[in-house]
Design a protein around this ligand. Sequence first.
Ligand code: HEM
Length: 179
Amino acid sequence: MSEILSVWTTSRALGLSAYLLFFLSMATGMMQSMKGLLPKYRAALHVTHQSASWFAWIFTLAHAWVLIYDSYVGFTLQDLFIPFYSKYETWAMTAGILGFYLMLILILSTDLMKKIGKKWWRSIHSLSFLGFALSLGHGLLFSAKAGTPVNNLYVLTFSILIVMGLYRYFHAKRLANQK
Ligand code: HEM
């Protein structure tokens, strides 16, 4: 029982939930910007995209925060929130921490879109691909260390986003050629 509810298991469950929410946010974000979409679908995708982003960040915060209670590594707050600070798996930790801050920047810049302007917002928002790649790399590095089959989930979600990106690109190109 204590193994089921251990700090690491809890943190991993929260991390996986955060990752899946981040994936949902990416997928709905890409879909909502697809040309030729009916407004009612665009609106539903937009709400899902916004909520998934916030929840992904909150789950990530909880995922990192519970590690304070771990006595095996003995993380400090600096280890958990300052890039390159932790001696434990420095690169994997740093990828996660940078992903965490990028997610926050993406969310806040969307809330401040009116103030910063659409052009700046668009440039900042393109960093979402980097943020997702950092989270994916972070998850992959830790799952490779733990030797869990979760790797398949990362490969599947990443492949779905690649296929969606290609579809979106060729769909926009086809519509442009029809004009
Ligand atoms: C402050 C930022 C972060 C810290 C300090 C952190 C820390 C950690 C640590 C120590 C582990 C290893 C747990 C274990 O081996 O059981 C881990 C695993 C994991 N993290 Fe993070 N993380 C952060 C950000 C993120 C982000 C942004 C995501 C995704 C949105 C994420 C998703 C995951 C996942 C999915 C795993 C499990 C890997 C696996 O076993 O397959 N983490 N994280």
